[in-house]
Design a protein around this ligand. Sequence first.
Ligand code: GRF
Length: 198
Amino acid sequence: MNLAFFASHGGSNMQAIIDSIKSDRLDAKPAVVISNNSDSIAIQRAIKEGIPWYHLSSKTHPDPNQLDGTILEVLEKYETDLVILAGYMKKIGDKTLDAFRGQILNIHPALLPKFGGKGMFGKKVHQAVIAAGEKESGATVHLVDGQYDHGPVLAQKKVPVLEDDTADSLAERVLKVEHQLYSETIADIIAGKISLPG
Ligand code: GRF
């Protein structure tokens, strides 16, 4: 199973998956890393791990169609089976979405369908969860469609929201769970416990 990672910033979820592979908890290959941000820690991680990486963005490809086409070429070059969005802040282009429909996964730091959608990222998610008085939050792995945080949910893991939580403390608790859930979900897909459409 060849995994292609898309990451814009820290890439800690990507790293957790790579670590699962390195410790034989996940039978997959980190085939390629794509980042829209040439300064991302995710690219530094790819270099350190010896994984091929590409900076592909509106800077390298001002025409969105060409960017989409180039991303698709890279995915095909590395014989990608699953696309793993790990803190990727851009929408996936139509060509890539069509070619990999049902094979693109994302992780979101809340219990979707609550607290997702455009603008719901980073601290804003956890601030909204606390402001709504939720007693629990968590992480969701879902398939990607054309809308933000919208496709079918594949797996969720819950954490409590504590009375004295700040967005930072809740984010930290959720991120720990994300690091487990993403690898476990990919392992379940590989083992056939979760089946993807098509
Ligand atoms: C995570 O909270 C993930 O749920 C969201 O973006 C964040 C990425 O963190 N989609 P990292 O780059 O994996 O550290």
